[in-house]
Design a binder for this molecule. Structure first.
Ligand code: SF4
Length: 291
């Protein structure tokens, strides 16, 4: 298969065939993110993408899931995306799920009609980073969209039948924004009510603005114990009936999995047990920070 640079995918796409539709991220400015820092954003040509699909068909006998990469593949024009989705349908009739990363902007620039066409052509779910439900924190990290825009983008996707997996980053507001990040993220997620909520923990990645701010003393990161306290505030504030909540990313100190609102207390008990264990006083999960 042909791939350019480091490939990222959500944990639940571990067994998917990954198809690079774009290279990098069109925004590429979030203060905490270095995933695509070394890539100049571009949309691959349709010819190249279709060639990759044919190569994958020859290489793999059975492909159950396909993930469209890189950062925000949904930025691609609807006509081209439809052609890619239709080719997937034709070449991989066994494929049960096609998913992609998407930014709120990608969803906002498409009409509801276009999103419905994409859903009908097989786009089942998009992964979107809310990061924080606080307008202030989103501005600080240069997310490039507001919370209100993200909520509206998610409403459009849902109206088109596209399922949502939304990520939130605990610790993103630092010590000063700990409560705000939890409270406002719970509020935004409760408005969106996505099918999946994924919690990640802030890691200070090399070369990012956030790691420079930390080194210079401008950003006060949370301790592992505070991270779990913030997660607890977030989970306690969520009202999102039916959403599956997971914190299965390797950045997390506590691995949660449950369905809201039914399992909220069970997850709170798990967080309380971690807080009472004394183990969180130890070290930061720092191996990610050298990536
Ligand atoms: S967090 Fe997402 S939108 Fe922001 S720079 Fe990284 S990939 Fe791009």
């Amino acid at each position: 298969m042909r791939y350019e640079g480091q490939i990222y995918r959500p944990p639940s796409e571990a067994y998917s065939y990954i198809l690079q539709v774009t290279i990098g991220c069109s925004h590429n400015r979030c203060a905490f993110c270095n995933m695509y820092a070394d890539k100049q954003f571009r949309i691959r040509s349709l010819k190249e993408v279709l060639e990759d699909l044919k190569m994958a068909r020859r290489a793999y006998r059975y492909v159950e899931r396909i993930f469209l990469a890189d950062g925000d593949a949904l930025i691609v024009k609807t006509d081209m995306l439809l052609e890619i989705l239709q080719t997937i349908r034709r070449l991989f009739p066994e494929c049960e799920r096609i998913t992609s990363y998407a930014s709120a902007r990608d969803l906002l620039i498409k009409s509801e009609e276009e999103l419905k066409l994409l859903q009908k052509a097989g786009l089942d779910m998009v992964y979107l980073g809310l990061e924080s439900g606080s307008e202030r924190i989103l501005k600080e990290i240069d997310k490039g969209v507001t919370v209100a825009e993200t909520v509206e983008a998610c409403r459009k996707a849902k109206a088109a039948g596209i399922r949502l997996s939304i990520t939130q980053i605990t610790g993103l507001g630092g010590q000063d924004g700990m409560e705000e990040n939890a409270r406002e993220s719970a509020r935004a997620l409760s408005l969106i009510k996505p099918e999946y909520i994924g919690i990640m923990t802030l890691t200070l990645r090399r070369g990012t603005k956030m790691s420079r701010d930390f080194e210079a003393g401008r950003f006060k990161r949370l301790t592992p114990k505070q991270i779990v306290e913030e997660m607890r505030m977030l989970v306690a504030g969520l009202d999102s009936e039916g959403s599956i909540l997971r914190s299965n990313h390797i950045s997390n100190y506590v691995q949660l999995r449950g369905t809201l609102n039914r399992d909220r207390q069970m997850m709170l008990d798990q967080l309380d047990a971690a807080l009472a264990s004394g183990k969180l006083e130890n070290e930061y999960i720092s191996y990610l920070e050298n990536l």
